[in-house]
Design a protein around this ligand. Structure first.
Ligand SMILES: *Cc1c(COP(=O)(O)O)cnc(C)c1O
Length: 434
């Protein structure tokens, strides 16, 4: 079936790029831990007529007319998000994860205020105050780290001492390159001790939380939870901010109190930071949240973890050092330079050439440069969507090691490329998960 009939007849250039991407996704294996494949239903919503509509404001309180159906679909997205994460308030308008974080910071803090987040070299995300970001110019970021990079244990004593000294207004738990669970209870108790708001950025693990296989920061009293919707949650690209409590009067700027967080957040997203919401994207979020509420999503989330464990086992047997000693979630950071003598960049390129997409990544306290670090980062959310179980994941991990060890043997790489292609063809990207 040609899904792009109109594009094909009207615009050959864009059609060419689309076809290329279709083929690339079908024939290769996606191991980037922040990527996934959405259902056809999510894509239909994302490509729908809702893209035509301006809907500044919130359901029932908009600045333009004609909102019967945008209100309906945004309310569906909100109610489903609340149910998925067990909270009272959800703002589904952030255009992405970075937008969600900026709005959450803006809701609670004033320029110059201090925020404590995970060290960027130990797994924190760019939006947690990397010097190249705008946020880092606005706020004063202080850090916590792992105590032991071989076990992944966070140094909670140091975290407490830094919090007492620096008095952050917000403590941020969350990561994009950390393979273990955070101790939400510890982080919340430190935040309480210094009077900071506890915010969790669960962008990477939202699907694991929704699927019931990772702990939910709301269960530990966190006041703000932000996430992307397109990683393990398997929705369209987008962001989401959730809180406890209810919106008072969104038309009036409230005092900065915990009770007012829902209102502060709504006002920070719009009109504080964004313009009109992307209603097509919100419709797609509603569809994806509907899918994540199905029992099958729990099975999916559990399988992501089993598959990551299967790959960990192969890497350990192959003598590869892994950050934190392995994984308790969906991703692995492997020190391929330290263990196999292959640089991160060469590993990424070699694996890409055999049909495995992943990214090079610094390993905590890496002494190599960021553009050619010691490690690779990979994960199982996308191949699990494809239907891979432990057996296939074990084989993929074996092929990865084989390719990295034989990076200069072209005929060997060709054989591996062929096996990857056959594996991909055997597990086509599904159209539906319900
Ligand atoms: C991916 C990610 C983001 C940013 O999401 P975008 O949609 O790319 O803006 C923010 N925080 C964390 C922890 C992430 O992993």
């Amino acid at each position: 079936m040609n899904l792009y009939e109109s594009i094909e007849s009207q615009d050959k250039e864009v059609f060419g790029a689309l076809q290329g991407e279709e083929q690339r996704e079908a024939e290769g294996l996606e191991l980037i831990p922040s990527e996934n494949y959405v259902s056809r239903a999510v894509r239909e919503a994302n490509g729908s007529v809702f893209t035509n509509k301006y809907s500044e404001g919130y359901p029932g309180k908009r600045y333009y007319g004609g909102q019967e159906f945008t209100d309906e679909v945004e309310t569906l997205a909100i109610e489903r998000a609340k149910k998925l994460f067990g909270c009272d308030h959800a703002n589904v308008q952030p255009l992405g994860g970075a937008n969600a974080n900026i709005a959450a910071y803006f809701a609670w803090m004033e320029p110059g205020d201090t925020i404590m987040g995970m060290d960027l070299g130990h797994g924190g995300h760019l939006t947690h105050g990397h010097p190249v970001t705008y946020m880092s110019k606005l706020y004063n970021f202080v850090r916590y780290k792992m105590k032991n990079v071989e076990t992944g244990e966070i140094d909670y004593d140091e975290m407490r001492a830094t919090a007492v000294r620096e008095k952050p207004k917000m403590i941020l738990g969350g990561f994009s390159a950390y393979p273990r669970e955070l101790d939400w209870a510890q982080i919340k108790s430190i935040a309480d001790e210094v009077g900071a708001v506890a915010m969790a950025d669960v962008a990477h693990i939202a699907g694991l939380i929704a699927g019931g296989v990772a702990k939910n920061p709301f269960d530990y009293g966190f006041q703000i939870v932000t996430t992307t919707t397109h990683k393990t949650l398997r929705g369209p690209r987008g962001g989401l901010i959730m809180t406890k409590g209810v919106v008072s009067n969104p038309m009036k700027a409230p005092e900065k109190t915990i009770e007012n967080l829902p209102t502060l957040i709504d006002r920070a997203v719009f009109p504080g930071f964004q313009g009109g919401p992307h209603m097509h994207q919100i419709a797609a979020k509603a569809v994806a949240f509907g899918e994540a509420l199905q029992p099958a999503f729990k099975t999916y989330a559990a399988q992501i973890l089993k598959n990551a464990k299967a790959m960990e086992t192969v890497f350990r047997a192959g003598g590869v050092r892994m950050l934190a000693g392995g994984t308790s979630n969906h991703l692995i950071l492997a020190d391929v330079f330290g263990s196999l003598g292959i640089e991160g960049k060469a590993a990424e390129e070699t694996l890409n050439a055999v049909g495995i997409t992943l990214n090079k990544n610094a390993i905590a306290d890496d002494t190599r440069p960021p553009f050619n670090p010691s490690g690779i980062r990979f994960g199982t959310p996308a191949i699990t969507t494809r239907g891979f179980k432990e057996g296939e994941c074990t084989r993929v991990a074996e092929l990865m090691l084989d390719a990295m060890k034989n990076k200069d043997d072209q005929s060997k790489l060709d054989t591996i490329r062929q096996e990857i292609k056959e594996l991909a063809q055997k597990f086509p990207i599904p159209d539906s998960f319900v």
